[in-house]
Ligand binder design. Structure first.
Ligand code: NAP
Length: 265
């Protein structure tokens, strides 16, 4: 399926979805199935080949909170759904500031965090720099499932072998002397995760606490194999209304008069 055009410059839109997640794509599909809802998905443009979306989309930053507020006013936006990745640290705050300035309703769509269960060997850390330190002095075989943006944090611990899984190639200059890259996009199956960890003799997994089912199998695989997981916590988020599912976001948009209700009001 081809994506719709990448810009709707100048058109009036009722709903802006700040994307980057599978939930944003699922919400876009639900909105697209409803009649007469002018809506747009915005992507930062970090992924070279984003998955197709059911709604029109635009790509690239707005120019901070001020630029986003101007966009909201110019486009007549009535509501924003912040469905950026749980590890997006700036955009949620820009959205909160811009929506407050422009008088636009805002809700964040954030999937619940993963929580450890019996048998897990997790070490919770606040950020990627601490994760690198937490690997210790002895050389380890580490599976990095953190994407490509923060790879360079592990240059501070060059004694380990890193197997890094990511959607796109890492940028040059990450500084990791012993790095193997696997390019793949989830969802991943448990049996495949176990195979990967076994065949690469992984002893530690570094993961971001993204939540969701698409990449959860690595945690079950680590549990099954007794492998340690260094779990990086999510960055701080602004205090805005939060829903945890696409269905709840649809309900919120109906409650706020953005999407039609079953009775057409
Ligand atoms: P970020 O640090 O919160 O945002 C950095 C800048 O990117 C923002 O200030 C904004 O630029 C622009 N931006 C972010 N999201 C945008 C969107 N949906 N539409 C237009 N511009 C956007 O976010 P990030 O960590 O760089 O992530 C960027 C995107 O990749 C997000 O959409 C996120 O959902 C996705 N993503 C992130 C991660 C991750 O781990 N961080 C993982 C997977 C996917 P301006 O200030 O110029 O508007």
């Amino acid at each position: 399926m081809a994506s719709p055009p990448t810009d709707t410059g100048g058109h009036q839109i009722a709903l802006l979805i700040l994307g980057g997640t599978s939930e944003a794509a699922a919400l876009a599909a639900q909105v697209a199935a409803m009649p007469d809802v002018p809506a747009l998905v915005s992507l930062a443009g970090r992924t070279s080949a984003p998955l197709p979306l059911a709604l029109p989309m635009r790509v690239g930053g707005f120019g901070g909170a001020t630029g986003l507020a101007a966009f909201l006013r110019d486009s007549g936006v009535k509501a924003v759904v912040d469905a950026t990745h749980p590890f997006a640290a700036i955009m949620p705050f820009n959205a909160e500031t811009a929506c407050r300035a422009a008088g636009v309703n805002l809700v964040a769509l954030r999937r619940p965090e993963w929580a450890p269960v019996a048998g897990d060997r997790w070490l919770d850390v606040p950020d990627m720099a601490t994760a690198a330190l937490a690997l210790g002095r002895e050389p380890k075989r580490v599976l990095l499932t953190i994407g490509r943006q923060e790879l360079a944090a592990f240059a501070a611990a060059p004694q380990h072998h890193y197997l890094a899984r990511m959607i796109d190639e890492p940028k040059a200059g990450h500084g990791l002397p012993d790095l193997t890259v696997i390019r793949a996009r989830g969802p991943f199956a448990l049996a495949d995760e176990i195979d990967l960890m076994r065949s690469a003799a992984i002893d530690t997994v570094v993961a971001k606490n993204a939540g969701g089912s698409a990449t959860e199998a690595k945690l079950a695989a680590a549990r099954a194999l007794g492998i340690a997981v260094v779990m990086v916590a999510r960055p701080a988020k602004p205090g805005v209304p939060v829903v945890e599912t696409v269905e709840a976001a649809v309900g919120w948009l109906k409650d706020h008069g953005i999407l039609p209700t079953e009775r057409g009001v």
